[in-house]
Design a protein around this ligand. Structure first.
Ligand code: ARG
Length: 453
């Protein structure tokens, strides 16, 4: 029974939240006259001593005492005796654990936000540096149109910005206090739920005591937010793997983030990127785990819900590590501009620019310009050259009105320079976008930290 029932190995991570919750509860009990001031003082002093024991590593966590709540309460009784037994008045482990866990997830959201912001900062930095660095833009991983590396990196800055928006949304919805819901029905003691909610940094108490002890949708939202963020990281990781591969050779990771092979001395493997790509599996898996745990539970509390914490802790640890590694990789990555430029010109990447020129200058309908360009691409293919290398005669054979001016739009530089539409890849636009991104994402006030006991 102890093996399956005890959760202390996992929920000991809630210790500081549990103590903060107990202190807030204790002060409220004193303020409402439910507990004497002397008992309240003894309890607070005892809890402070336990904080110190835990910090010093001398606190003995015991499986026989099942979970963090019982471990701390029992140690408190050892230290201060009788008053400790009054602390659990007007509360239950059900509202206690729901409160602790919300506090923990709130801190985790703040950590996640800070890390996502740090990664955005690293990416904006590189994007600014490479606002004019041309690279191939892909669809289907086939060369499509030239873009700038800065533009490509800023795409991820936007994704991370939405991730941070989800973090903020989740935090706002989470921030209601379950404490005082007691086991499920509320309590007959004259408690002050506003007081405990405020003390713990919550916006308000949960409105319904049954909801307060039985839902874990805040944890689901955390995991869903985490899973989407992890998917973004995984896509970026995959791009890093591709860019660092020998046939591409667009990028090189710093020595700190490259590993060697035990047999092939020339290898520089992007292990960290591969691991970030793989670890998303755990995060998605934990979201699934908790969805499945909760899906059939009748109201209110059931012990099934004890499984919520391991899922969230694992996802949080995984993401913290992944974000740190990704930020390190991005900060130290070096890009091979020459190589990317050369690749950008391959595969008739400026065919669309030719078609656009035919529309703009000769007034051809786009569909026809598309056909003409297609025939010119064929010609270039047979000649074994790029479209910009075709002679004017070759050009005129397909579209008699073409003049030498056309060559001005065909190089990759010209191509990206011309993409000045809002949100487009022109170097000047990318420089402006990087400045805007700094203002939108980096200048905002830090998210508020969680409460400390
Ligand atoms: N360790 C438990 C959990 O994490 C605490 C709540 C126990 N409540 C109960 N009614 N047995 O869910």
């Amino acid at each position: 029974m102890q093996e399956i029932n005890a959760s202390i190995d996992v929920d000991r991570r809630l210790a500081s939240q549990d103590i903060a919750g107990s202190k807030a509860h204790c002060r409220m009990l004193v303020a409402t006259g439910i507990l004497s001031a002397a008992d309240g003082k003894a309890i607070e002093t005892g809890l402070d001593a336990i904080v110190a024991e835990i910090a010093a590593g001398t606190f003995e966590f015991s499986r026989e005492l099942e979970d963090i709540h019982m471990n701390i309460e029992s140690r408190l009784a050892e230290r201060i005796g009788e008053p400790a037994k009054r602390l659990h008045t007007a509360r239950s482990r059900n509202d206690q654990v729901a409160t602790d866990f919300r506090l923990w997830v709130r801190d985790a959201l703040d950590t996640l936000d800070g890390q996502a912001k740090a990664l955005q900062a690293a990416m904006i930095e590189q994007a600014d540096r490479h606002a004019g660095t041309v690279m191939p833009g892909f669809t289907h991983l086939q060369t499509a149109q030239p873009v700038t590396l800065g533009h490509h990196l800023l795409a991820y800055v936007e994704m991370l910005g939405r991730d941070r928006g989800r973090i903020a949304d989740c935090r706002a919805r989470l921030n209601e206090c379950p404490l005082g819901a007691a086991a499920l029905a509320g309590t007959s003691f004259p408690i002050d739920r506003e007081m405990t909610a405020t003390a713990l940094g919550f916006d308000r108490p949960c409105a319904n005591s049954m909801d307060a002890v039985s839902d874990r949708d805040f944890a689901l939202e955390y995991l869903a937010t985490a899973a989407i963020l992890a998917v973004h990281l995984s896509r970026l990781a995959e791009e890093i793997v591709i860019w660092c591969s020998e046939p591409f050779a667009f990028a090189r990771l710093s020595d700190a983030f490259s590993t060697g092979s035990s047999i092939m001395p020339q290898k520089r493997n992007p292990d960290a990127a591969e691991l970030v790509r793989a670890k998303v599996g755990r995060v998605i898996g934990q979201l699934n785990t908790l969805l499945i745990v909760l899906k059939g539970l009748p109201l209110t509390y059931a012990k099934d819900m004890q499984e919520d914490k391991e899922a969230v802790f694992d996802a949080a640890d995984t993401l913290t590590l992944s974000l740190a590694a990704m930020t390190g990789m991005i900060e130290g990555a070096r890009f091979n501009a020459e190589r990317m430029h050369e690749a950008a010109g391959r595969g008739f990447a400026t065919a669309t620019d030719l078609a656009d020129w035919l529309v703009r200058v000769l007034g051809l309908p786009f569909r026809e310009a598309h056909h003409v360009t297609g025939r010119l691409v064929k010609r270039a293919e047979t000649r074994g050259c790029g479209i910009e290398d075709l002679s004017l005669d070759d050009m005129r054979a397909e579209a008699p009105g073409i003049t030498a001016d056309v060559f001005a739009v065909l190089g990759v530089e010209n191509s990206v320079k011309s993409r000045t539409s809002l949100g487009g890849t022109a170097p000047d636009a990318v420089r402006r976008a990087a400045t805007e991104a700094r203002r939108r994402f980096l200048a905002t006030a830090e998210a508020t930290g969680g409460i400390k006991p």
